[in-house]
Design a protein around this ligand. Structure first.
Ligand code: AMP
Ligand code: MG
Length: 414
């Protein structure tokens, strides 16, 4: 892999664009091997390994869309009087054939009997002494649902690589399918690095901060169909980082780390991977989240995220998420972007794409967005307050109140 130097001036000619970095990552990511059968209760968000074909027509039989009366379309004119021959309720079909001059009391979801092809709503008839009289014409064929109108037997209903939704689970259940084969959960092993990191529940000594990245990462990962192992905080020594990488490399499909990927004296992660694995260290022309390491260690893919908490989240949303989805066997969608009216002026330096944290809100029929305030990579509250990125393109120097800007809602990237 190409290893490039890492000076940090604003317009670095060696820096990759976000799209280039993503493309390089995705080129190296494919689905993990292995699949398993999983029941419907546990299959939400898993990725299908084998296509599913409809084994039933749904609905299986002609049935009524209304509470009313089933009759023949030949006897559906205003004023027609018909004898009520029986009742068809959901789950209790009337198994006779309707004769001329007859109708059937029918309820929603009940089978429409032979001899009938139309259901008239109960509000459109007068019923008395075992007879109905139609109060208006009813178009032949009205209010009848036909077999296979939802799903036809033999149709492929879910294809390989589908990330299963609640609607999909309903469709599977409607087919009587209680279990499907899904891609095994990729194993993600992660750790944070830094001698300054103190555990929670312990007072901070001078120079210490609490380790927030590991908690954020765990929460981010829990949204994906992966198994993850947290190796904790790893000290800024070559030995500690080597041991952690070796442990991670034994089981992981993907190793995630935070911190230590720059070229400071205590930045061992990239250096070790250069020597003992395979790594590309990139500056990505974006803010936040510039330094990013990507490579392999043993069998595992490796993504080394920056240390700053906002950069961790930004690189997760833009690079780790698509890589994870690929490992899980499904194709990542491009982030959903919408245009919103900017409610304040924003400044930036040209030469990098900014993903500023914003609050996206619908006001008087229009999407609006404003900044969450301080945008430093260490200011994690800017993420906590935000619900969207405001994307300011590389060449721009900012945007002005009233401009339309691109916004990526967090729903689509986390
Ligand atoms: P590094 O890339 O290791 O030089 O870290 C960059 C910045 O992020 C430093 O200010 C670190 O203290 C901070 N940082 C690194 N790891 C964490 C973490 N796990 N939680 C919170 N802040 C961190
Ligand atoms: Mg560090």
């Amino acid at each position: 892999m190409n290893i490039s130097p890492s000076c940090m001036d604003e317009t670095d000619p060696n820096a990759l664009t976000v799209e280039q970095a993503l493309q390089r990552i995705l080129e190296r990511c494919g689905p993990v091997d292995g699949s398993e059968p999983v029941g419907l209760h546990d299959v939400l968000d898993r990725v299908l390994a084998t296509a599913v074909t409809a084994r039933l027509d749904v609905p299986p039989a002609r049935n009524s869309a209304m509470d009313g009366y089933a009759l023949s379309g030949a006897e559906s004119r205003e004023g027609t009087r018909l004898r009520i021959a029986g009742v068809s309720a959901a789950g209790h079909p009337w198994d006779d054939t309707l004769k001329p001059g007859e109708c059937l009391r029918i309820l929603t979801g009940a089978v429409v009997p032979e001899g009938a092809d139309t259901v008239v709503m109960q509000e459109r008839v007068t019923a008395r002494d075992g007879f109905i009289t139609l109060e208006a014409d009813c178009a032949p064929g009205s209010n009848v649902r036909h077999p296979g109108e939802d799903t036809r037997v033999g149709t492929e209903i879910l294809s390989v690589g589908r990330r299963i939704t609640a609607a999909d689970i309903g469709v599977l259940a409607s087919q009587g399918i209680g279990e499907v084969r899904v891609v095994r959960r990729p194993r993600v092993v992660f750790f944070t690095t830094g001698d300054e990191l103190a555990p929670l529940g312990q007072p901070l000594k001078h120079g210490q901060i609490h380790d927030s990245n590991r908690y954020t990462l765990r929460a981010l990962l829990s949204r994906y169909p992966v198994d993850f192992i947290d190796l904790g905080v790893v000290a800024d020594t070559e030995q500690a980082v080597r041991d952690a990488l070796a442990r991670a490399g034994q089981t992981a499909d993907l190793i995630l780390t935070t911190g230590g990927v720059s070229v400071g004296d205590a930045d061992f992660v990239t250096r070790l991977l250069q020597r003992e694995g395979e790594v590309g260290f990139w500056k990505v022309a974006m803010k936040p989240g510039r330094p990013l390491a990507f490579g392999r260690f043993g069998q595992a893919l490796f993504l080394g995220l920056p240390g700053n908490p906002v950069s961790v989240m930004a690189t997760f949303s833009l690079f780790v998420r698509p890589a994870l989805l690929r490992l899980c066997g499904t194709e990542p969608e491009a982030p959903w972007t919408l245009r919103a009216r900017l409610l304040e002026d924003l400044r930036k330096s040209p030469g990098r794409t900014d993903f500023q944290r914003g609050i996206l809100e619908r006001r008087q029929g229009e999407w609006t967005v404003r900044s969450t305030g301080g945008q430093g990579s260490h200011q994690l509250r800017s993420m906590s307050l935000a619900n969207a990125y405001i994307v300011l393109p590389s060449e721009s120097r900012g945007a002005t109140t009233g401009d339309e800007v691109d916004v990526i809602p967090f729903h689509s990237v986390f």
